[in-house]
Write a protein that binds this ligand. Structure first.
Ligand SMILES: NC(=O)c1ccc[n+]([C@@H]2O[C@H](COP(=O)([O-])OP(=O)(O)OC[C@H]3O[C@@H](n4cnc5c(N)ncnc54)[C@H](OP(=O)(O)O)[C@@H]3O)[C@@H](O)[C@H]2O)c1
Length: 293
């Protein structure tokens, strides 16, 4: 197959990034993948996300925080998709979600890239966490750039919904506000949506989630159903959050900020336009079967 279009993927080794690379490869794009470990990139990813072995045409191996490495990373590239961002990594989101993405954007501008698709987070401009502030600040820079931008705002991914399954396995799910709604999305579905927007080329921002809307209590019921156990949910008062985040922040500011982000998402409806085909119950059942529970 002749490959006409080269797409640079930042965050290629992450849960979502791996599905993005696989989908670009399937559609015949030439893929340049940024990674800090090629060895890790070709190993299977978390939660059934694919190995990048055989899917990448051109490896860009280095640290996204190194200006010399990033300056020319977009040379010869038509489009960029960035799923780069701090989740569990020990890093300051302002260094990665904001500065590193901005450095990639500057490289893209320098080399005349046509489209830049950025994976942000739904409601990020309302959430008080540093993580979402750093992302919002980058999204503003991207919107102001002359490059055509596609900003994708999803709620939690299936990978993050495994936290509910973990609690259910231990016997009880703790929630702050059980009736809050969310439509989590599978990485393969979100990757398709991102690439559809990129190839359409229309500039804009989209709130997108998976095909099923749950309450958080419904997520817990789904996890217990996969485990074939009775549902056990305990509601915890959100009033404990502020002092808890304050105390945690004295010892570990990064963890406190993550808790601020997660709890905000559990207290506010996070529902995007429904998209995709993957169901959460099947995802949970697969995990349960693999774990032999
Ligand atoms: N997970 C969710 O539920 C969710 C929901 C909404 C939005 N998002 C956003 O979607 C994006 C992708 O999420 P994900 O769940 O796929 O996250 P992920 O699995 O943690 O992947 C994040 C990617 O960013 C890279 N990265 C993070 N910190 C880095 C650092 N200090 N130096 C170099 N690279 C770094 C990771 O590289 P390594 O593999 O080398 O660590 C990885 O490639 C993130 O921006 C996230 O904030 C996630």
């Amino acid at each position: 197959m002749t490959k006409h279009r080269t797409t640079l993927v930042a965050g290629a080794t992450g849960y979502l990034g791996r599905f993005v690379v696989a989908e670009l490869h399937r559609r015949g794009h030439k893929v340049r993948a940024i990674t800090r470990s090629r060895e890790r990139a070709v190993s299977p990813g978390p939660w059934d996300s694919p190995s990048l072995d055989g899917l990448v045409d051109d490896w860009a191996v280095g640290e996204v925080t190194n200006p010399a490495f990033i300056a020319d990373v977009a040379e010869g590239v038509d489009d960029v998709i960035s799923t780069l961002g701090v989740t569990k990594q020990k890093a300051n989101p302002w260094d990665i979600d904001h500065r590193a993405n901005l450095a990639i954007l500057r490289s893209a501008e320098k080399y005349g890239v046509k489209h830049f698709c950025f994976v942000n987070v739904i409601g990020g401009d309302q959430c008080p966490a540093q993580l979402t502030r750093a992302k919002t600040a980058f999204a503003q820079e991207l919107t102001a750039s002359r490059i055509s931008s596609q900003i994708i705002n999803p709620p939690g991914y299936f990978s993050d919904m495994t936290q509910i399954l973990q609690m259910a396995k231990k016997g009880r799910v703790f929630l702050f506000r059980p009736e809050t709604r969310i439509n989590p999305i599978h990485g393969a579905d979100l990757a398709k949506f991102c690439i559809d927007r990129l190839t359409d080329g229309e500039e804009g921002a989209w709130n997108v989630g998976g095909p099923e809307v749950f309450t958080w209590k419904g997520l817990a019921e789904c996890a217990f159903q996969a485990l074939q156990r009775p549902t056990r949910v305990t509601t915890v008062s959100p009033a404990i959050l502020s002092p808890l985040i304050g105390v945690l922040g004295l010892f570990n500011r990064r963890k406190a900020d993550t808790l601020r982000f997660i709890s905000w998402n559990m207290l506010h409806d996070c529902v995007g336009e429904p998209f995709g085909t993957h169901g959460l119950l099947d995802f949970y059942k697969d995990l349960v079967q693999k774990d032999g529970d």
